[in-house]
Design a binder for this molecule. Structure first.
Ligand SMILES: C[S@@+](CC[C@H](N)C(=O)[O-])C[C@H]1O[C@@H](n2cnc3c(N)ncnc32)[C@H](O)[C@@H]1O
Length: 203
């Protein structure tokens, strides 16, 4: 394993503690946490380090350089509760993991086509048991409006880079998840005009 593959995402260093503060009380003591779109792998690393050895983390990303980074961080950490990163496209009808107790996805749905959000909630509904948690984090519009000028500028920039990307409406994402089998979300406002959304799978 080449430690030089490790990537450093400044945003992950900033948001990992606020995210963990919201997420930790909802984590089971043991089981499997599937992270979709793990990117550099710094969130999985941080959460796995803060968890007991029986809570196993399964990171994933479609990007090979991201997977190399995730695996390099895991190897350097010496932690035993991080599995090797797998290829997972949220939009795909089949995922390489067929059950998990928690699904976490941070900062993906605004920076990929809407089909990724649709696939994410459908996939999470497939792999989670009743009561299982789908955790989303990122910027959202509320009731059709941006929550801050910086988010409006970010949205414009995203859409310029790729017309299929963009900051999504929180209510539209919530409707999608409810239609896929989740209860209405608990919504936690986060620093820098982001939100955490916690959806529990209905029985
Ligand atoms: C902005 S990065 C966020 C990475 C990490 N979660 C974080 O917050 O630092 C977006 C990530 O989404 C991944 N991604 C894009 N489209 C995806 C898809 N359809 N399924 C899964 N991951 C995807 C990219 O490869 C990238 O790693």
């Amino acid at each position: 394993m080449n430690d030089d593959a490790r990537q450093y995402a400044p945003s992950a260093a900033r948001n990992r503690d606020p995210i963990w503060n919201v997420l930790a009380p909802h984590m089971p003591p043991r089981g499997l946490v599937l992270e979709v779109a793990s990117g550099s792998g710094e969130h999985t690393l941080h959460f796995a380090r803060a968890s007991g050895p029986e809570l196993i983390f399964q990171p994933s990303d479609p990007d090979a350089a991201a997977r190399a980074s995730i695996d390099a961080w895991a190897a350097a950490s010496g932690l035993g509760n991080i599995r090797p990163a797998v290829v997972l496209d949220a939009a795909a009808d089949a995922w390489p993991v067929d059950r998990a107790d928690v699904v976490v996805c941070i900062n993906m749905i605004h920076i990929s086509p809407w089909s990724s959000a649709v696939g994410l909630v459908r996939g999470a509904a497939r792999v989670l048991p009743a009561g299982g948690l789908l955790f989303l984090y990122g910027p959202y519009r509320r009731s059709g409006a941006h929550t801050a000028p910086s988010n409006a500028a970010f949205d414009l920039d995203l859409r310029r880079r790729n017309p299929a990307w963009g900051v999504r409406d929180l209510e539209t994402v919530a409707d999608l998840a409810v239609a896929a089998g989740f209860a209405a979300p608990h919504i936690a406002p986060m620093p820098a005009n982001n939100f955490s959304l916690l959806f529990h799978r209905r029985p």
